[in-house]
Ligand binder design. Structure first.
Ligand code: AMP
Length: 192
């Protein structure tokens, strides 16, 4: 269980419910390697009521944006992005890791701790002026989300907001997305 999380957007469900949902995120220190504390959301996904409540909290957090499409980042961005798109009555776009989509694709490459990775989207998915919500499970250094933003904006579509289940504060994610709205449902706090 994650003890160091506070509800941001999730508090729309009420503090008691937000606390129950927070307890369904499992901390795994040292995975995939130290010093990372992996935030395992699989207990949350396995709880139907919690999963539905989280999707509802995402929907409430973006109700002001008039979204045309939800774009989710592989892989865990798909798990929240697809049900959110259905809930909002809009389409869903998978932003995939390199080599998974058939051509033609657009690509954006981003740095990892060791090396780099690439996100791809089917070319022609986004059109100028389209209003897109970008979603992923975790915002950490922001590299992945910035690559997602690049793919959307390269087609002159607009990223109306970015949204995450969980923001790891103390990392540069928020500042790297500074020109965009960032909605989070939970964020880390330092425990003293
Ligand atoms: P970043 O590009 O550094 O913001 O990392 C975000 C991506 O890495 C997201 O797609 C997350 O699924 C994953 N990620 C980063 N840190 C964690 C973590 N501590 N626990 C779970 N997933 C993480």
């Amino acid at each position: 269980m994650s003890d160091d999380l506070e509800a941001t957007g999730l508090s729309v469900l009420g503090e008691a419910r937000a606390a129950e949902i927070r307890r369904l995120i499992r901390d795994v220190p040292g995975f995939p390697h130290p010093p990372i504390v992996f935030r395992d959301i699989t207990p949350l996904l396995a709880d139907a009521a919690a999963f539905a409540d989280v999707v509802e909290a995402f929907a409430l957090s973006c109700r002001e944006y008039q979204i045309d499409l939800v774009a989710g980042i592989e892989a865990r961005g798909f798990l929240f992005g697809a049900p959110l798109a259905l809930r909002l009555g809009v389409g869903f776009v998978p932003l995939r890791k390199k080599g998974k989509l058939p051509p033609p694709v657009r690509r954006a490459t981003y740095d990892l701790e060791y090396g780099s990775d690439t996100l791809e989207v089917r070319d022609g998915t986004f059109t100028p002026g389209m209003r897109v919500l970008l979603i992923d499970d975790v915002l950490a250094t922001g590299g992945t989300a910035v690559a997602g933003v690049e793919l959307i904006e390269a087609a002159d579509a607009k990223v109306v907001a970015t949204t995450f289940l969980l923001e790891l504060t103390g990392l540069p994610g928020r500042s790297r997305l500074a020109n965009h709205h960032i909605n989070t449902l939970l964020r880390t706090v330092t425990i003293s």
